[in-house]
Design a protein around this ligand. Sequence first.
Ligand SMILES: [Mg+2]
Ligand SMILES: [Zn+2]
Length: 235
Amino acid sequence: MKTIHFFLDFDGTIAASDVVDLVLEKYADKKWKEIEKEWSAGKIGSRECLSRQISLIKANPDDLKNIAYGVSLDPYFLYFLKKAEELGVLVTIVSDGFDILIEQVLKKNFEKHSTLLKALPIFSNKLVRDGEGFKAVFATEPVCEHGCANCKAKVIKKSTSFDDHVFFVGDGLSDRYAAETVHLTFAKGKLLDYCKSKNLDAIAYQDFKKITEWLSDNYPLLRKTNITRTPESKN
Ligand SMILES: [Mg+2]
Ligand SMILES: [Zn+2]
């Protein structure tokens, strides 16, 4: 039997909005937007981008938790998780965001489903208190060739074996190297544009309903077959 492994972006994919952006919008000096532009233009990696942006925040941990508390999830995310559990499909969150924000959003939305939540591995960066604000501590050490804060491609390669069927679900530019690593990506937003421009195998989606239905339909075949296309980056 083949192992089926889904890796999921968090901000804008599982969470309906980008929680890091919400925090910056409310608690950081406006300069954060200039830094964001440098990152979008490909001038700096997410590591440098986040390091500089986080240093502009003046807030305490409760302020951050309050913002995260107001964030809802994709309406079909729970439906997807339950189906994945039923089918024995592995699911992992891989985020370029921060532990305290992700944990708070999930905790609030999963009050009645703590067992599902406990079984969900999360790879992200960390925020630690520093003066009146925070300091970013990055998951990827040493730094990867893309300058990522948390290198999604690296996490995926480390967590899978050559024979697995590997999928990614995402929405943004921090997902591009993940999309280049997996067999098939479910993409929306800027990630969908990127996949199209690079000719990567991708399926457009709006919410997890479509992904869950795709998984149910394709599961019998996936369990049996080898995917013929080998991502070059896995060699
Ligand atoms: Mg995202
Ligand atoms: Zn990287």
